[in-house]
Every structure is written in C-alpha cells, then in structure tokens.
Design a binder for this molecule. Structure first.
Ligand SMILES: O=C(O)CCC(=O)C(=O)O
Length: 285
C-alpha cells in the first residue's frame, strides 16, 4: 500500500507571494526596531546546526509542560462533536480512527497557550534574528495503530507562494520510534525548493543526498524544529500504539501574517482532494 495519496494533479494557488527581496528586507527592518532579550534562545552551536542541516532536535524542551498538553490532545479524541464527515479539520484513518486534526489549537485553551510558549517562540525568534514567529499552521497528527505515513517531501511543496521563513515545530506527545512511524529528517543540503514549481508532489529519494538521515525517536516533551525545505518522511504505524505529535508551523513576523490565507488555500485543496461533492456543506468546526 502506498504510504501517501497522490496529489500530483492539484495545482496550488500562490497567496501573498513575496517576490521582491528588497521589499522583504525593508519590511523586516521595520518589523524589528529593537531586539528583545530571549530567555530560551538557541545557543550559537544550536543555531549553527540548524543553519547547516535545516533541523534541530531539542530533547525534553517541553518535558515540564507535556502532561497538560497530552491531556488536551487525548481529550480531542473524545470530542464527538468534531467527528462529522464534512468537518474539514478532521482526517480519518481507514478504520475511522482520527488520523489528524488540522487546525487544532483553538479547540483547547492549553493548546492555544502552547502556540505562545516562550520556549518555542524564543527558539524560533533566535533563528529569525530576534523577530517574533507568527503562527502559520497547526496540526495534530495522531497516527493510530495501522495509520498511514507520509512519503518524502518538503513542506514548502504545500505552501508554495508563502514566505520561505516557514519552520515547523514538532512536539512529541507519545513515545515515537521506528515501529510506530517516527518522523524522519534528512539534512537540508540545498536551501531551495526541489520539486516542480506549481505542482503538488513528493520527492524521489534519488533527488536528495540521503546521508545524515535521522529517525527522530522521541519521548513525550521532546521537540524538533525543521525548515520548510528540509526533506522528511514518516512510515506507517506498524505497532499497536498511537503516535501523536503536534506540528506547529510559524513564519518570521517580518514576513507578515499568513494564517488565514494558508487555511483558505488548505480548504481549497482538501475539498478537491477529498472530492467533496457539496462544497457548501464543508466546514471547519
Ligand atoms: O507525521 C510525521 O512524522 C510527518 C508529517 C509530515 O510530514 C507532514 O505533515 O508534512
């Protein structure tokens, strides 16, 4: 069984494309009149590692907070009001168990707070030269036993036309390992978009340098940051355990606000991908 579905025929729409680098630099200068102290900034070695590989793993970063976050995430599985065929937030596995909720953070105050957690935001701000991150997308991938994985891709494939400052923050809720389909990251050797512009599609393994591939085996509260050009994949869950992970994606606030535009785009492509016959009945709830 293929690990993912083929979306190659879908054409993305570029919202808010920022073509002019000079304009972006000027906007960033205005967006950051002064630098704040960042209590949880990445250190120089971590920043250099992120710059070199396009990802960094931060074991235990949210170990103190994870119990509350996990309770909130597990609570969403019990929310019967969410489980409606036309609810675009939900993505179900073949057996009807929840595979993903996207977006999810607004469903619980503890998850709303996570989006603003300073350990996450300061770490990102240190990558963004002191500028605050802005939330762009938030999803909870629960990957139940038997749930499918994701083929090799760069996230920017889905976000073409949006700023290239996008970085995803993965927060481990359940223990993750090779058996239940942990996230796998490949160092970003080339800081660029590698597939055909304007087309949704995965990467082939021979398109990238696969050396340095990492299975991100995690304990609850471990965190990883990875850039939108960083190739990654995850295999099917071949265990009888769930593999819940949060993915929060942010852009550099110097690049503006794109959350709503992203979800407009997302709504557009998932209704076509799911062949939703009656568009008016689809909703985010
Ligand atoms: O579930 C994972 O580990 C990876 C998810 C992923 O690749 C994605 O959502 O883009």
């Amino acid at each position: 069984m293929p690990v993912t579905q083929n979306h190659a025929k879908l054409q993305p729409v570029g919202h808010a494309a920022i073509a002019n680098k000079e304009a972006v630099d000027m906007h960033r200068a205005y967006a950051t009149p002064h630098k704040r102290h960042l209590d949880f900034a990445l250190d120089d070695q971590q920043l250099a590692s992120f710059e070199e590989n396009g990802f960094i793993v931060l074991p235990g970063l949210l170990a103190d907070e994870i119990e509350d976050i996990r309770d909130a995430c597990y609570g969403l599985r019990e929310r019967e009001d969410l489980f409606e065929a036309n609810n675009l937030r939900l993505d179900l596995a073949d057996d009807g168990k929840p595979w993903k909720i996207d977006p999810f953070h607004s469903l619980d105050l503890r998850l709303e707070a996570l989006v603003r957690n300073r350990k996450i935001c300061d770490g990102l701000a240190s990558i963004y030269e002191g500028r605050e991150p802005r939330l762009f997308k938030d999803k909870l991938i629960m990957k139940p036993p038997g749930g499918h994985g994701n083929g090799l891709h760069q996230d920017y494939n889905w976000w073409q036309g949006f700023p290239t400052s996008l970085i995803s923050v993965m927060v481990a809720i359940d223990p993750a390992d090779k058996e239940n389909g942990c996230t796998e990251l490949f160092p970003r050797r080339e800081n660029k978009f590698l597939t055909e512009p304007g087309v949704f599609g995965e990467l082939q393994h021979d398109q990238i340098d696969t050396s340095g591939h990492v299975y991100v085996e995690t304990q609850p509260g471990d965190v990883a940051f990875f850039h939108c050009f960083t190739p990654h994949q995850a295999s099917q869950n071949n265990s009888n355990r769930w593999r819940s992970q949060i993915f929060l994606t942010y852009n550099d606030s110097g690049d503006g606000e794109h959350y709503q535009a992203h979800y407009d785009h997302y709504r557009w492509y998932i209704t076509r991908w799911r062949e939703q016959e009656d568009q008016d009945k689809a909703f985010f709830m």
